[in-house]
Design a protein around this ligand. Structure first.
Ligand SMILES: *Cc1c(COP(=O)(O)O)cnc(C)c1O
Length: 385
């Protein structure tokens, strides 16, 4: 009864839509949402506790609306790790990069405007776009027939974004925003920078958003889109503390862009959107960059181990610059997903037939996943079973 009333009152464009819904199951080995598997180190926990205690009495006051200290810390971190000099006025942050993405769509999208993205990519890009009343255009990945003939058949080329094909779609749709994701979730692969610059040139009225949530996990020598910011006022690069800094529960995402673009976001954010606790939490954790990036290196080793072992078992893992691996060559992905769950290992079925995605965990978690995969057998053994 009340369901009918609500369905009738809901915005027409939201009726029948499903909310974001990665299963949150209690399992011994959870490798399904690309979280950092390591708990926050003891030393960092102590610092967080002290920092929070220091601001607690002042919680009767609203926080610094411009989160100046945090912006300084983010600018320093990026300048140091990407070698691109950035100032605090080029930084913006929100409660997770999801909120930062929402700010972008609220400011540059809206009714009568569209955003272009290339599936499979981060499933939140279309959801955020649509909640802000913006039309979502699903672009095409993979080779055009003429590219295929030129390249011959290659394994994971179906997921590649090719420079000309991508730019062509950007030109044709002339959207207000273009979402690119590098390293891409769920495929794990980084974009070559030419795809980004070609989109930028092809869509002269678009804000180009490069989601770099997994940038810290990229293989050595992978360039960041941060290196393209200079002289490109419509380019935005988003990052998060959720993955590399093991802070998914802390909710802090950020972006780097031209100061004028950053300034425009102040029109759509809610006042005081970053709590004093969030600001001090994120600033404190950024003080442990070396420690946290050391953990990232350990996770990368487990990722590479997963790629090697799955290949040995006869599966087809996609080369990964992230803290997860998408692997193909699966006869029946829902069946393998369930069989792994029965073994206590939760991975993600991202809805690509023949593929599953697994997060690189601690060595023990990775052992558990690989042992379960070995017990369940490679593609040929599973077919005979
Ligand atoms: C995990 C993830 C994020 C992170 O979102 P937060 O809101 O910062 O936790 C952003 N983009 C992609 C592609 C992701 O996979």
């Amino acid at each position: 009864m009340s369901q009918d009333i609500i369905d009738e009152l809901l915005r027409e464009d939201l009726r029948g839509r499903s909310p974001y819904g990665a299963p949150q199951l209690q399992v011994p080995v959870a490798l399904n949402t690309n979280e950092n598997s390591y708990p926050v180190p003891e030393q960092v926990v102590e610092s967080i506790t002290q920092a929070v205690a220091q601001v607690a009495a002042g919680l009767n006051r609203y926080p610094d609306r411009e989160f100046s200290q945090l912006r300084d810390a983010l600018a320093q971190y990026l300048s140091r790790t990407t070698a691109v000099p950035l100032n605090a006025d080029q930084l913006w942050a929100g409660n997770g990069s999801n909120e930062v993405l929402l700010h972008l769509v609220q400011a540059f999208g809206g009714p009568g405007r569209s955003a272009l993205g290339f599936t499979p990519a981060y499933s939140m890009h279309p959801i955020i776009t649509r909640t802000a009343g913006t039309e979502w255009i699903d672009g095409l990945r993979g080779a055009r027939p003429q590219d295929r003939e030129a390249d011959g058949e290659t394994g994971s080329a179906d997921f590649d974004l090719l420079v000309e094909h991508t730019a062509e779609q950007a030109r044709e749709h002339d959207p207000s925003l273009i979402f690119l994701c590098s390293p891409n979730n769920p495929t794990g692969t980084s974009l070559c920078l030419e795809v980004i610059t070609a989109c930028y040139e092809a869509a002269p009225r678009a804000i180009i958003v490069v989601d770099e949530a997994y940038a810290e996990f990229a293989r050595a020598g992978t360039p960041s889109a941060m290196t393209l910011l200079q002289g490109r006022p419509r380019l935005v690069v988003t990052r998060t503390l959720s993955k590399a800094f093991a802070l998914a529960g802390g909710r802090l995402g950020y972006l780097a862009a031209d100061p004028a673009l950053v300034d425009a976001l102040r029109l759509v954010r809610m006042p005081y959107h970053l709590s004093s606790l969030t600001q001090v939490l994120a600033t404190t954790v950024l003080g442990y960059t070396d420690l946290m990036l050391g953990r990232v290196d350990e996770i990368k080793q487990q990722r590479d181990r997963i790629v090697a072992e799955l290949t040995r078992l006869g599966y087809r893992p996609v080369p990964s610059d992230a803290n997860f691996v998408l692997f193909g060559g699966i006869q029946d992905s829902p069946a393998l997903w369930q069989a792994l769950l029965d073994e206590g290992v939760l991975v993600r079925d991202v809805g690509l037939p023949g593929y599953l995605r697994v997060t690189a965990g601690t060595p023990a978690e990775t052992d558990a996943f690989l042992a379960a995969m070995t017990r369940l057998g490679g593609p040929s053994e599973r077919q005979q079973a």
